[in-house]
Design a protein around this ligand. Structure first.
Ligand code: S3P
Length: 441
């Protein structure tokens, strides 16, 4: 346990590059491991989640090496070239690592065992095992389809067409990674669009991925199986889900001006930008450009007065990881905010609907969970604070409440800052460099 406390801060100033995108970092390593030749990845997130994926890929036979801070090389084995691991793959806290790798190994003719930390072993895995079983893999899971589990991969996979029952990029990606070593065409149909980093990454490495919009508006994503993937160099954009913390902190502290360079603004990920602007945020995107098929920009943000809003359910997939910090912003805004359609938050690193509500209530905010919605009553002034919030093995809960402590009247502490290592290991030093006062409690 690593308790942290955050005290009222003044205006935030400066420029800070937040670490590489977690979703893209996992995919860069995994795709590199299936390509022929050596790929060089710059700006890789060196958080625990991604390090677990690197270790798992090594156990599956790929050569994954750190060359310099953030610069890694992956010597791939070619599609279908992974080998049986001789140890259990411990994915730590990482749902993305676990689910995508389960897809990757499902169409290899060997058995692999997966486990994770106390948070990950509670999370639902049937959402990936169900489609992967239809492709021919078998699973031996704990009750409720949870980890620890064994994937009995198939040497004779069959392509499927699968309609996602939940809007989940992890499920889509697990199927696409399984489809790489499957003959024929595999199609994933998503009624609601989810982040398309896997599609962009696979194309970058040479796979054929087609996207068609169906009559009902659903997207059909088709991968042509058994492509030859070739090594590529790439640079990982800064993570918008990490940028969200200094971004909201700067919005909430009057007189702030902060620049966050090279942040990924993929339209299927950047719902937070639109939402904060609707709330009245002074938030500018500068130097828009593309790197390795991903859109990036420098985010320039100034202290702003925010107003409460209603966020529609259909926007949730494009900002699913940003609700904890958005809820903090809403608690300082003027008027009511309603965040709709958040059922998926119940199965994240913690049950985020309840961890957000409990933490905000402890800090003196009027908040309610109504069905799958979160209702927050802002007064236009920062809440009282003064609480010790449990982070529940959830990095984003820990970071969100430390940001709240920067503006609340009394300090806010979290019982354990350790989970922050999973996605944003330099969070405390980066925030303090901009003007925060976060330290060991
Ligand atoms: C991710 C997808 C999202 C997100 C997670 C990363 C990904 O999960 O919450 O942090 O990299 O594909 P779901 O697919 O469960 O929505």
């Amino acid at each position: 346990m690593k308790p942290l406390v955050s005290r009222t801060a003044g205006a935030l100033k400066g420029e800070a590059r937040v670490p590489g995108d977690k979703s893209i970092s996992h995919r860069a390593l995994m795709t590199g491991a299936l390509a022929i030749g050596e790929s060089r990845i710059e700006g890789l997130l060196e958080g625990d989640d991604v390090l677990r994926t690197a270790a798992a890929l090594r156990a599956l036979g790929a050569r994954v090496e750190r060359r310099a801070p953030g610069t890694w090389s992956v010597a791939g084995l070619g599609v279908g070239g992974l080998g049986e691991p001789d140890q259990v793959l411990d994915m730590g806290n990482s749902g993305t690592g676990a689910r995508l790798l389960m897809g990757l190994v499902a169409t290899h003719d060997f058995t692999a065992h997966f486990t994770g930390d106390a948070s990950l072993v509670k999370r639902p895995m049937a959402r990936v095992t169900t489609p992967l079983e239809r492709m021919g893999a078998n699973f031996l899971t704990r009750s409720g389809g949870r980890l620890p589990l064994a994937v009995v991969g198939t040497g004779e996979p069959v392509p499927i067409s699968y309609r996602l029952p939940v809007p989940s990029a992890q499920v889509k990606s697990a199927i696409l990674y399984a489809a790489l070593n499957t003959p024929g065409e595999t199609t994933v149909i998503e009624p609601e669009p989810t982040r398309d980093h896997t599609e962009l990454m696979l194309r970058h490495f040479g796979a054929e991925v087609r996207v068609e919009t169906q009559r009902d508006g659903a997207r059909a994503i088709t991968l042509v199986g058994q492509p030859e993937l070739n090594a590529r160099d790439l640079r990982v954009p800064a993570d918008i889900s990490s940028a969200a913390f200094p971004l909201v902190a700067a919005l909430l502290t009057p007189g702030s001006e902060v620049t966050l360079p090279e942040v990924g603004i993929n339209p299927l990920r950047a719902g937070l930008v639109e939402t904060l602007r609707e709330m009245g945020a002074d938030l500018r995107l500068a130097n828009e450009r593309n790197i390795a098929g991903e859109r990036v920009a420098d985010l320039v943000v100034r202290g702003s007065t925010l107003n409460g809003i209603e966020v529609p359910a259909r926007r949730a997939p494009s900002m699913i990881d940003e609700y904890p910090i958005l809820a903090v912003a809403a608690s300082c805004a003027r008027g009511a905010t309603r965040l709709r359609g958040l059922a998926e938050l119940r199965v994240k690193e913690s049950d985020r609907l309840s961890s957000i509500a409990r933490g905000l209530a402890a800090c003196g905010v009027k908040v309610a969970v109504e069905g799958d919605d979160l209702a927050i009553e802002g007064t236009g002034a920062p809440p009282k604070g003064g609480a010790r919030v449990e982070s529940e093995l959830d990095h984003r809960i820990a970071m969100s409440f430390l940001v709240l402590g920067m503006v609340s009247k009394e300090p806010v502490s979290v019982d354990d800052g350790e989970p922050i290592e999973t996605s944003f290991p330099v969070f405390v030093s980066l925030m303090n460099r901009l003007g925060a006062r976060i330290e060991a409690a």
